[in-house]
Structure formats: structure tokens, C-alpha cells
Design a protein around this ligand. Structure first.
Ligand code: HEC
Length: 176
């Protein structure tokens, strides 16, 4: 239960951090990569389901933090390094990096994954089946270790196969 609370908490933080920016230049640049109806639907779903909130690092600008359009869905930038662990007990058990891509809480430290089609660091070698099973079961590649918060698998597992297929197709379409 407390994980659910923590997920909700971090989602609120994420929403506050990027509100007003999701329709901005970052999304405009992904729109350019969306072609057929399926990938356009994938872009739409990824946008309204907030994938970019955690999987695209924020960068500071004169008007406040904005998603870094050069790192769209690329996950936590490794150059930033490791996030120190937060105190697991007490009133403030969760902390996050300024990029909103690294999180510490009772589950440990988690780093938003690279969702681009990169073969080594992204989802390049993932099949559609692995992707759908990962979001349904909350397990890496659908069979391996548990995917920990704040990745909202408890919510996303209710998406239809068709919607998850579209979300899978969208970033892969950007490789072409
Ligand atoms: C509130 C933040 C947040 C949101 C929103 C979010 N993610 Fe995540 N996601 C994460 C974090 C953090 C991880 C890493 C968890 C871990 O390492 O166990 C992750 C992991 C994943 C993984 C597993 C990667 C792997 O190697 O196992 C996939 C796939 C994924 N996210 C896809 C998505 C998609 C698609 C969306 C939108 C529909 C989305 N995420 C929205 C934070 C988020």
C-alpha cells in the first residue's frame, strides 16, 4: 500500500514539475516522427499517460524546468550519476532528482529507463510481446525482476492490448 502512496506522490510531483510543458516543443518534435495511424495513436497515448514526465529528463531554462527535447524518452542521463538514498522512514521517505528521472523511496533507488529504440541502452531488442507483458505483469521484459515505483504499472496494466501495441510502436517508429 505504501508503494501505491509513494507512486501517487511522485506522480503529483512529476505533474507539477512538467505541467504546461507537455504540449510544448518536446511533443511537437515527437509528432514529427509519427506517421501511420498506429504510431500517431501511440504518441497520443504516451502523451496523455505521461510517459515523458519521468522518461524524458527535465532541464532548467530561464522560465523553469522543461523536458529536454534532445533526450526524448531517453531515461535518466548517466552523466548525472547515482541518486543518494532517502531516509526510508518518517514523513519524507521519497526523493527525486531535478531531472525527474531518478527516484529514491522505500523500494530503493530507481532510474527511469531509456524507452528509445537504442539496441544497447533502450528498448531496441524488446519485442512487442515483452513490452506488453512488462507493463501487464510489472516485470522487466515481462518475466524478470519486478519493475519498481514510481513506474505506474498498477495503472497501466489495465490498458488494452491495442493501446499497448500502439505505445510500443510509437518510439520504435522514430528509429526509421
Ligand atoms: C512516475 C514516473 C513514470 C512514468 C509516468 C512512467 N514511467 Fe516507466 N519507469 C519509471 C521508472 C522509475 C522506471 C524504472 C523502474 C525500475 O528500474 O524497476 C520505469 C521503467 C519502465 C519500463 C521497464 C524498463 C525495464 O528495463 O524493465 C518500461 C517498459 C517503461 N517504464 C515504460 C513506460 C511507459 C510506456 C510509460 C507511459 C505509458 C511510462 N513508462 C511512464 C518511471 C515512470
Amino acid at each position: 500500500m505504501r508503494y501505491t502512496f509513494a507512486v501517487a506522490l511522485v506522480c503529483v510531483v512529476a505533474a507539477v514539475a512538467v505541467v504546461g510543458h507537455v504540449g510544448g516543443s518536446a511533443i511537437a518534435s515527437i509528432r514529427a516522427g509519427a506517421g501511420p495511424a498506429k504510431t500517431a495513436r501511440g504518441l497520443y497515448l504516451a502523451t496523455v499517460m505521461g510517459c515523458s514526465d519521468c522518461h524524458t529528463p527535465l532541464k532548467m531554462t530561464p522560465t523553469g524546468p522543461e523536458p529536454d527535447a534532445t533526450r526524448l524518452l531517453a531515461g535518466h542521463p548517466e552523466q548525472i550519476g547515482a541518486l543518494p538514498r532517502s531516509t526510508p522512514h518518517g514523513a519524507w521517505p521519497v526523493s527525486a532528482a531535478a531531472t525527474n528521472t531518478a527516484f529514491s523511496g522505500p523500494w530503493g533507488v530507481s532510474y527511469a529507463a531509456n524507452l528509445t529504440p537504442d539496441q544497447n541502452t533502450g528498448l531496441g531488442i524488446w519485442t512487442e510481446e515483452m513490452f506488453i507483458q512488462a507493463l501487464r505483469t510489472g516485470k522487466h521484459m515481462g518475466t524478470s525482476r519486478p519493475i519498481v515505483p514510481p513506474m505506474p504499472c498498477p495503472a497501466y496494466r489495465h490498458a488494452t492490448d491495442e493501446d499497448l501495441q500502439a505505445i510500443y510502436a510509437y518510439p520504435h517508429s522514430r528509429a526509421q
